[in-house]
Design a protein around this ligand. Structure first.
Ligand code: SF4
Length: 223
């Protein structure tokens, strides 16, 4: 890891497959954002939510994570219910939505074909996630799905075997630091709030809210 912090500026094309795909999307749908999607929310957040990657007609279209498609419905409704969001919907980046004590990002910043980033793409994008963790120094991180979970571990240099992913699992991680003074945080796992997972009831509202209750309790105790 270099001492220079990587800055996501929207022009990154380090992943050739994803850069080609985004160029195709821009040609076919010039109204779409179709660039690396930056994080959204409070820059001094106690909670960082990490998703997988932008969805074609959601973040990839609107330029804001989990905005404009089904995946954001349960996430932002729950963030609002637990006091992290000014309102519960997230259809359009011009909707005035504000996050309080929370930031939302993705493990991979560019839209992958079929919503499936390759391992090399997750690794290549990981310095951006590591830089976010190091800058925000959150108390709690919510990983939505196994790939987001693994990306958070990678950013911290933590061994996957020591911290297996499971819905509603909780881990304590040492934090990210190039200087050796990283802030430890609690990692909470959840199944991803995708249309597939919610419509098949692999992830129900009650299951998701139970994770948030634990996050809120932890953040309250850590204050
Ligand atoms: S996925 Fe990340 S590293 Fe790859 S091109 Fe997009 S922003 Fe760059």
């Amino acid at each position: 890891m270099t001492s220079l912090k990587p800055i996501l500026d929207g022009s990154c094309t380090q992943c050739p497959r994803l850069a080609r795909f985004l160029a195709e999307v821009r040609a076919q749908r010039p109204e779409y954002f179709a660039r690396p999607v930056p994080p959204f929310g409070d820059a001094r957040a106690g909670l960082l939510v990490v998703g997988l990657a932008p969805g074609m007609h959601g973040a990839n279209r609107t330029g804001r994570p989990f905005t404009g498609d089904f995946a954001g419905i349960l996430l932002y409704a729950t963030l609002h219910k637990f006091g992290f969001a000014s309102h519960g919907g997230s259809d359009d980046p011009r909707d005035g939505l504000r996050l309080k004590g929370c930031r939302v990002t993705n493990a991979v910043k560019c839209l992958p074909p079929d919503n499936k980033p390759e391992g090399a793409e997750v690794r290549r994008c990981n310095p951006f996630l590591a830089a976010e963790l190091e800058a925000i120094r959150p108390c709690a991180v919510l990983a939505l799905g196994a790939i987001a979970h693994q990306a958070v571990l990678l950013a911290c240099g933590a061994k996957p075997r020591a911290f297996p992913f499971a819905h509603h699992a909780v881990h304590t991680l040492p934090g990210v630091s190039r200087t050796g003074h990283g802030r430890a945080f609690r990692l909470f796992d959840s199944y991803h709030c995708s249309r597939y997972n919610t419509q098949t009831r692999r992830l129900t509202t009650a299951m998701f809210e139970a994770v948030f209750r634990d996050i809120n309790a932890y953040l309250s105790s850590a204050r």
